[in-house]
Ligand binder design. Structure first.
Ligand code: AMP
Ligand code: MG
Length: 463
């Protein structure tokens, strides 16, 4: 396990006070790479239970799909070598091949077999003429130039050949992958166990749902967006509620989180000058870097590991009980999970996100999501950015990455266009609801003119 200092030293020009987004991704990828990961724990699941999971081994096809050459159409099967350019062909009907019931005879030259879609191609026949292309009854005539040899025949193994890897370790088990696996006759698959991610919100001004509003206080929204984002990724979520700015409570929350989870996501308390204990506690209990990232929104962030061993001196029950009793945890959201069983020192990767609700979502998408996918053993990559024409001019300072909430639509001429949702404030969560993607204005990019192309990260399929 490399320390934060060791990883930092590997990055050229590492400046925690002005880190580029690219460096954040690079840092996190090195951090995950050098951590004790849960990826070795696997489970065998029935297909219906495996949707969205990460495959822990290749799925090798035990059969060829399709298992035989078969017809792609309802029509007449014949030996295509008899076709002559510019000439019609007349064939005598000698039998019928049904799907699931092969025709056992042998057709001689000049003969054909009526065949249904999916039926095995009779011996020696390699071409199917669809039934609507022919005339006749006892014998059928194919007009010149309608059909080529091999038409409308599906070949044995054209989908998958026996012994080949149908799906690879690290792939996400999508609806298409489910179907493909079923087509091989495979009932169970080996997948990585779910990644366990604990999260809590911090801040004395943060109210849990159910609490009465009071002046200066806001309802906690970050736990809900983080819950949704994690659930969409197929993580096991451990909701630790809202934690007040008190050292004992924060310490207990980090203890609880580090013991159970592979990763911890907090929100709030990482900005400069914040009058809170979150940063101090991260420092006490872990190996953590505090950054200012050259981005907007989402400038402050803390990243590192919470080291469970640092708790060795604390009597766990007392701390956790005092925390449970006094924190504003919402009990129905709490998932009870087994204590994690990784060998070696227990630690959890920490993502200390800023407090502002839009900044939480943006930093999650830009940094946390790729890092969690890597932790899950997934080889999935972030979907490619789309190009769309900006409907308006956007002011942008070079030297930082900006994520603006955008609405992508089709312009009357058919090209993609994007306009920004109104107020781009980092606390304006309604902008995330209206948007269907994030306009990514890259580090070195300057002002955008109306009609210029910009990159967009679409939400669909991601959140
Ligand atoms: P902080 O980073 O703790 O200084 O918080 C920055 C801003 O985000 C403040 O206006 C907070 O009130 C707000 N904020 C922090 N946490 C949450 C949360 N869980 N839900 C909604 N707003 C929050
Ligand atoms: Mg705060």
């Amino acid at each position: 396990m490399k320390t934060i200092a060791e990883i930092s030293a590997e990055l050229q020009g590492y400046d925690p006070q002005a880190l580029s987004c690219t460096d954040v991704n690079l840092f996190l990828s090195k951090l995950v790479e050098s951590s004790v990961l849960p990826a070795t724990a696997t489970e065998n699941l029935k297909l219906f239970d495996a949707l969205g999971r990460v495959l822990a081994e290749d799925i090798v096809s035990p059969i060829s799909v399709p298992p035989h050459d078969n017809s792609a159409m309802d029509g007449y099967a014949f030996d295509g070598s008899q076709l002559r350019a510019g000439e019609p062909l007349t064939l005598k009907l000698v039998g019928t091949a049904m799907a699931g019931q092969a025709w056992q005879g042998t057709a001689a030259p000049g003969e054909c077999v009526k065949i249904m879609t999916g039926a095995i191609m009779p011996r020696g026949l390699d071409t199917v003429v669809p039934q609507e292309f022919v005339t006749g009854g006892e014998s059928v005539t194919i007009a010149a130039g309608l059909i080529k040899r091999g038409d409308n025949r599906r070949l044995l193994g054209e989908d998958l050949l026996k012994g080949s890897a149908a799906l690879q370790k690290g792939e996400l088990f999508t609806p298409a992958a489910l179907g493909l696996t079923a087509s091989l006759g495979i009932e169970t698959v080996k997948v990585q166990r779910k990644l366990r991610v604990a999260y809590f919100s911090t801040g004395d001004e943060i109210l849990s749902l159910g609490e009465a509003p009071r002046e200066g206080a806001v309802y906690d929204s970050n736990r809900y967006t983080v819950f949704g984002l994690l659930t969409r990724m197929g993580c096991e979520v451990i909701d630790l509620g809202v934690v007040r700015d008190e050292p004992d409570l924060l310490e207990a929350a980090f203890l609880d989180a580090a013991e159970q989870a592979d990763a911890i996501i907090t929100s709030g308390g990482v900005s400069v000058g914040a009058a809170d204990y979150t940063k101090a506690m991260m420092n006490k209990l872990g190996d953590v870097a505090f950054w200012k990232i050259a981005m907007r929104p989402g400038r402050p962030m803390a990243v590192g590991r919470i080291l469970y061993d640092k708790y060795a001196s604390s009597p766990r029950e007392i701390i956790v009980n005092s925390y449970i009793n006094s924190s504003r945890r919402i009990s129905e959201n709490v998932v009870n999970v087994d204590v994690k069983s990784a060998s070696g020192p227990k630690s959890a990767i920490l993502f200390g996100l800023p407090g502002n609700p839009v900044a939480v979502m943006v930093t999650f998408l830009a940094f946390v999501r790729p890092a969690l996918l890597q932790m899950m053993g997934s080889t999935a990559t972030t979907p490619p950015l789309l190009k769309a024409k900006s409907a308006e001019a956007i002011r942008k300072k070079p030297g930082r990455t900006e994520y603006q909430r955008g609405i992508v639509s089709r312009a009357p001429n058919g090209s993609l266009q994007v306009r920004i949702t109104g107020n781009q404030g980092s606390g304006v969560l309604s902008s995330m609801v209206q948007a269907n993607g994030l306009i990514v204005l890259h580090h070195d990019q300057g002002n955008v003119g109306a009609g210029d192309e910009v990159d967009v990260m679409m939400f669909d399929g991601v959140i």
